[in-house]
Design a protein around this ligand. Structure first.
Ligand SMILES: [Zn+2]
Length: 437
């Protein structure tokens, strides 16, 4: 393919690492940024294609550190294990498309299909985001990644995002099995998640010995471990074991936070799960001292407690990254929930620029691809969005309807600023895919 250079003239460019540049130019070639700086200072080849984004904001593509592209057609915890795996594989492609439609150009995914989707995208069979694939996550018997009313055999064969293993020996074998499947990272449920009767968020599911066995085995393979921990003791054991990122982590204390800082552990708080409206229908787990928090209902008290925990992490200087935990299109819609996570962070007091860093550069660090993407700087992938608006002035400008250009590398997913090539395809959302840079 002939190499084409594109010049993007931005009204404002956010580099993803806190840098703000007005009247900027970014030059890209073959999916890579080859120059970026104030207008007039960057070398622009004469035959370059120009995107005039003068009145717009240019920023890196969004990184969602926590998705489940399970492809379930139902939000029912048993149905998604029983229903046809191939049908789920097909539906997972639409979940992936939804993420791209909302400007999510990189994900870390926990599901069986994520590994297959990564293969399809990397080999050019499907357009889609950059995928860091975990495969299924590790759950104890009777844990969050189990389906308690079905046979263990069925769960092990077709749970969309869970794999059962108990004790250090089985866990070592499971990490090796996941690596054999192609896992780039290992997801672990160190606590329950509140789906089944016997797996409360406050129940610890793996002890320090088990968590240490997982991390050691993953270290041998040079892949990071991400841990779902919704209780303080489980978070503490996970941190001690040397995990890379803490998922949810809505109950931390000062000791957790200082160990996270010391070890460089990144927090993926999935805030919108806890403070969004749909959570109101679920009773909060029985936490010690919850009744002492302000709020008229226990759900309101839990929201205030989660927000205070998030703020304490942020104020302590812990690196925070964005993860939606989208696991079904019905309950946690793909892409929309990623954006909602960024909005939620700002709503509870995080400055907009910091929330954008959480959604871009910090995500790249969490996924250990900060040499590749997450910032608009020379040498990085041309994963970027053009926003009709100013998300720094109003974070709600960061929304699908204002994304006039969505690009991942050479893949132009959506483009309203250039004349459409005759062969452009339109998907059912009315967005254009398949044009070339
Ligand atoms: Zn999850």
């Amino acid at each position: 393919m002939q190499s084409i250079t594109t010049v993007v003239n931005a009204g404002r460019l956010l580099d993803g690492r806190g840098g703000v540049l007005d009247d900027a130019t970014m030059v890209i070639r073959d999916g890579v940024i080859v120059g970026v700086g104030p207008r007039g200072t960057v070398d622009e080849p004469r035959d370059a294609r120009v995107i005039a984004a003068d009145g717009f904001t240019v920023m890196p593509g969004i990184i969602d550190c926590h998705t489940h592209l399970g492809g379930a057609s139902s939000a029912d915890y048993s149905t998604w294990v029983i229903e046809d795996d191939l049908r789920q594989a097909v539906l997972s492609t639409t979940q992936m498309r939804d993420l791209m439609d909302w400007g999510v150009t990189t994900i870390r995914d926990i599901s069986r299909n994520g590994i297959r989707l990564k293969w399809a995208v990397n080999n050019g069979h499907l357009d889609g985001p950059r995928i860091i694939a975990c495969g299924p996550g590790l759950s104890r018997t009777g844990g969050h990644g189990d389906a308690h009313n079905l046979s263990i055999d069925m769960v092990q064969r077709s749970h969309p995002w869970g794999m059962i293993a108990d004790g250090p020996e089985e866990l070592r074998k499971a990490v090796r099995t996941l690596s054999r499947m192609g896992a780039d990272a290992i997801k672990v449920w160190a606590t329950g998640g509140g789906m089944w009767d016997k797996e409360l968020e406050t129940d610890q599911h793996y002890d320090l010995e088990e968590l240490t066995a997982i991390v050691r085995e993953a270290d041998h393979l040079k892949i990071p471990v991400l841990v779902h921990a919704e209780s303080m003791p489980a978070a503490k054991d996970s941190i001690r074991a040397g995990i890379a990122t803490l998922e949810h982590g809505e109950e931390l204390d000062d000791e957790c936070r200082s160990m996270m800082l010391e070890k460089g552990i990144i927090h993926v708080p999935t805030l919108q799960l806890f403070i969004g409206p749909w959570f109101d229908q679920y009773p909060p787990p029985p936490r010690v001292g919850l009744e002492d928090w302000p709020g008229e209902t226990m759900a309101q008290k839990e929201k205030n407690r989660v927000i205070a925990n998030f703020t304490a992490s942020r104020e302590a200087g812990i690196t925070i990254a964005v993860g939606s935990d989208s696991f079904s299109s019905i309950e946690v819609p793909y892409g929309a929930s990623t954006i909602e996570e960024i909005h939620a962070m700002v709503r509870v007091g995080m400055p907009a620029l910091e929330a954008i860093t959480a959604a871009t550069w910090n995500g790249a660090r969490a996924l250990r691809i900060d040499g590749v993407t997450g910032t608009l700087q020379e040498g990085f992938a041309s994963d970027f969005l053009i926003i009709d608006g100013d998300p720094l002035a109003d974070i709600t400008h960061l929304t699908r309807d204002r994304m006039v250009h969505i690009q991942r590398g050479t893949q132009v997913w959506h483009d309203e600023l250039s004349p459409k090539p005759a062969y452009a395809r339109r998907n059912d959302t009315g967005r254009t895919a398949g044009s070339v840079q």
